[in-house]
Design a protein around this ligand. Sequence first.
Ligand code: ADP
Ligand code: MG
Length: 289
Amino acid sequence: ATPTAIMAAIGNATKHGFLVREGDALERLAKVSKITFDKTGTLTYGTPKVTAVKSVSAYSEDEIYSYAASAEHMSEHPIGKAIVRCYGQKTVACKDFKMSLGEGVTATVNGKVVKAGNLKLMEGVTISKELANAAGKYLNEGSTITYVVIDDVLAGYIVLSDTVREESKDMIAALGKIDVHPVLLTGDNKNAAETIASQLGISEVYANCLPEDKLNYIGKYQDGGYSVCMIGDGINDAPALKKAYVGIAMGGVGSDIAVDAADIALVNDEIKELPHLLSLSKRMMTTIK
Ligand code: ADP
Ligand code: MG
């Protein structure tokens, strides 16, 4: 591509909300035939709401909510932030805060060790059949469950529900028209992942992904000859954003770590602009010959 064509394309991309951080990112994007999407914060708004708090112990629902919100107080994850925001009351200071990527958090609150997260964080904790059934009902609706353990006792769980971005479905359809294949890579559970994928018309889905799993799926595609574009917002997406031929970070909801790892930042999170960017990059390469 001539410098003039590249400058013009970068200018156009900027008008559509894309901050091109690497000079050759658009030239690389022109070769992309697969896009791997993160779910939470990327295809969804990433600001879930707490829809239920349930106790399975002697702890009341209020106590469970309060312990969980206190433990999540320093969390940067959309789920942690949602629990704190929806709880809406004063939290108790916590100690020994520890974040486990793709799992949840552990912290000491009122002298008790509190864990809030998914099943991976609950290693060694027994989940009864009744509980699994009750939780399954929520999971089938596409909700996410955060289990709360207090001093090794499974106290209860918090149900959260996120909303798909209004633009996501049309955006995925538009990608199909320019022969770019979408894939969903998410750290969330299989039910939530599949519910959202089928709503959006994405047929290739990988759930329960740790950061290195996202990276490995992208590596496999690239070994198979695909040029992959990854789009995500979280700290957990950073390795995948680096590994992909082109990485795009959500610049609004996204964490700084994701933006730093990416070649392009989508400043206002307007994901509907993605097909335009791909077409633009392809046009840029054809006009130059
Ligand atoms: P995604 O790929 O959908 O953005 P993440 O990898 O960030 O998801 O997180 C994967 C899963 O890890 C979440 O769906 C949630 O179950 C759990 N998780 C991560 N951080 C937290 C947290 N602070 N509190 C509760 N659960 C968490
Ligand atoms: Mg995310």
